[in-house]
Design a protein around this ligand. Structure first.
Ligand code: FAD
Ligand code: SIN
Length: 527
């Protein structure tokens, strides 16, 4: 059995921030499901929101976050994230992240829902720069070990072992290189596995975003909250060969207009802030226009800006579009909404503590109360850093360097009578089916009927997967499918519980905002 002082499941912005903070005190393993840069962090474009300019202040950033969150943000959490934001951004700068400057000052982007320019960025590939520098600093640290191609399957807890009344985490079963499963033990565990965009057919997310951490924590007994609030990004490239390429909202911040295929602008008909309305409104407006006119996409037009400006500010998007035959300096970009950000997740306190002793969460996997019913753009890299740091601080307060595990008699993974499966098609078919009905029935606009249909489908598939899971040797595909199915079920059940339309959750059966302001909470075992 492998043993570390700290086990960090996920090496994006949240996991790496935590790892760098705790490494001074003990050994750290960081698990990466695939490669080091396969994460949402590395794909982030727009940047990090934090107060810095003279015309901005904390109250404005707090206010903008609360408005986007449609009444469901936890104000104390919003305040602490906004207040601690500038320190975390300074740390990144100290580590070597060189955000763009103009005339000596930081060049700040503006995105939907922000009343001021406050987004630090590195051209249009901010996340890659942040991931690169964090990896570099972590790699330099002698106490941090990177474990690539390692898939955390499930947490090992005292309750699962039937050992104690109070629940504490001891480690995780981990699949190494899709071959061997071993328990990895640690005094403290941070779950930082990111989001779950892959539950939907169309998503801006990387392939690793299958909601594994949400599923693992839920199965270990941690409640999940607000899963009905899935954010759809309004503008992903529409092209038969582009799988999931985002066109940053910062482009609308620099004046890009949304039009129908015939060139007609429509955003003013939907919101006074037009292209810079909060993301849920823009995504819904696009969905509405596409359905009304039977069109497959809309257009994002920034051709009125100088070609030099566009190539300098949006180099990655410019090059990528060009590869698909679209010159954005001369012609509009075809775009569609796609699943982008999971506002719900594992419920935790203001230090990322889950309620299971020694288990913390940070980043997109967590539901901290910051985003409420809708996330303000560029608040999530910030949240990952703030909660990575806070979870590290709290972990260190009770850190036990001499922790022994022998008393727990932790069993090796039992493969029982499992055999190799030759039916890979079962996995791909089921995977495809889930993502398709999630898109059609649990997407931007919902109804009771659609949700009921989705629930009966997902429960049927859940039984099939459980049977498959126990009968055949596990692979990463099967493990992801099992998690994807559970996270879909949690999303559907949360959506069914909310009998109102609020923020990202919009249903034709209850189109108004209700009087009661409550989080949706689902506990394990399932009801
Ligand atoms: P991630 O960065 O996704 O990292 C997750 C890690 O967990 C990965 O290393 C993965 O391998 C690992 N992992 C997952 N499952 C397992 C498992 N079972 N076992 C082991 N390891 C596992 N937010 C902003 O604030 N600003 C932006 O400009 C912005 N732009 C975005 C653009 C795109 C295209 C996308 C997809 C998201 C964007 N976001 C943005 C959202 C933001 O990037 C993410 O919310 C944030 O990076 C999540 O960080 P994280 O550390 O929680 O997870
Ligand atoms: C974008 O650049 O549009 C994405 C920003 C975000 O998701 O926060």
């Amino acid at each position: 059995m492998k043993k570390y002082d700290f086990l960090v499941i996920g090496g994006g912005v949240a996991g790496l921030t935590y790892a760098l903070k705790v490494a001074e005190y003990g050994s750290v393993a960081v698990l990466f499901k695939k490669g080091l840069t396969e994460s949402s962090t590395a794909w982030a474009q727009g940047g990090v929101a934090a107060v810095s300019s003279k015309d901005d202040n904390y109250d404005l950033h707090i206010q903008d976050t609360l408005i986007a969150g449609a009444g469901l943000c936890h104000k104390d959490i919003v305040e602490l994230v906004v207040n601690e934001g500038p320190d975390r951004v300074d740390e990144l700068i100290q580590m070597g992240v060189s955000f763009d400057k103009e005339d000596g000052d930081y060049h700040l982007h503006k995105e939907g829902g922000h009343s001021r320019r406050r987004i630090y960025h590195f051209a249009d590939h901010t996340g890659y720069e942040i991931q690169k520098i964090l990896l570099m600093r972590a790699r330099e640290h002698p106490k941090i070990e990177f474990l690539e191609n390692t898939f955390a399957i499930d947490l090992i807890t005292t309750q699962k072992l039937g050992l104690s009344e109070s629940n504490q985490v001891l480690g995780a079963y981990v699949l190494f290189n899709n071959q061997e499963i071993q328990p990895v033990l640690a005094d403290k565990i941070l779950m930082a596995t990111g989001g779950a965009g892959k539950i939907y057919l169309y998503t801006s997310n990387p392939d690793v975003a299958t909601g594994d951490g949400i599923a693992m924590c839920y199965r270990a007994g941690v409640p999940v909250s607000n899963m009905e609030f899935f954010q759809f990004h309004p503008t992903c490239l529409y092209h038969p060969k582009a799988k999931n390429f985002l066109i940053t909202e910062a482009m609308r911040g620099e004046g890009a207009k949304l039009t129908r295929i015939n060139g007609e602008e429509f955003m003013k008909d939907h919101h006074e802030l037009a292209e810079l309305a909060p993301r849920d409104i823009v995504a819904r407006a696009i969905d509405f226009e596409m359905k009304k006119h039977g069109e497959d996409y809309v257009l994002l037009d920034i051709t009125h800006r100088e070609s030099k400006f566009l190539k300098e500010h949006f180099p990655k998007i410019y090059e990528t579009c060009l590869r698909y035959g679209i010159d954005l300096t001369k012609e509009p970009i075809p775009v569609v909404p796609a699943a982008h950000y999971c506002c719900g997740g594992v419920k935790c306190d203001e230090f990322g503590f889950t309620g299971i002793e020694n288990l913390y969460v940070a980043g997109e996997v967590a539901c901290t109360g910051l985003h409420g019913a809708n996330r303000l753009a560029s608040n999530s890299l910030l949240e990952g850093m703030v909660f990575g740091e806070r979870a590290a601080k709290r972990s260190l307060e009770s850190f036990n360097k001499d922790r022994e595990f022998s008393e727990f008699k932790i069993p090796e993974w039992d493969i029982g009578t499992a055999t190799d499966s030759d039916e890979q098609v079962v996995i791909t078919q089921t995977w495809d089916e889930i993502r398709r009905f999630m898109w059609n029935y649990v997407g931007i606009v919902r109804t009771n009927k659609r949700l009921n249909r989705a629930l009966s489908r997902v429960q049927f598939l859940q039984n099939e997967i459980d049977e498959y899971y126990w009968n055949f040797i596990v692979t990463t595909d099967l493990l992801e499918l099992r998690n994807l199915c559970l996270v879909s079920e949690l999303t559907i059940k949360s959506a069914m519980q909310r009998k109102e339309s609020r923020g990202l959750h919009y249903t034709l059966d209850y189109p108004e905002v209700g009087d009661e302001v409550v989080d949706t909470i689902l506990t394990y075992p399932k009801k």
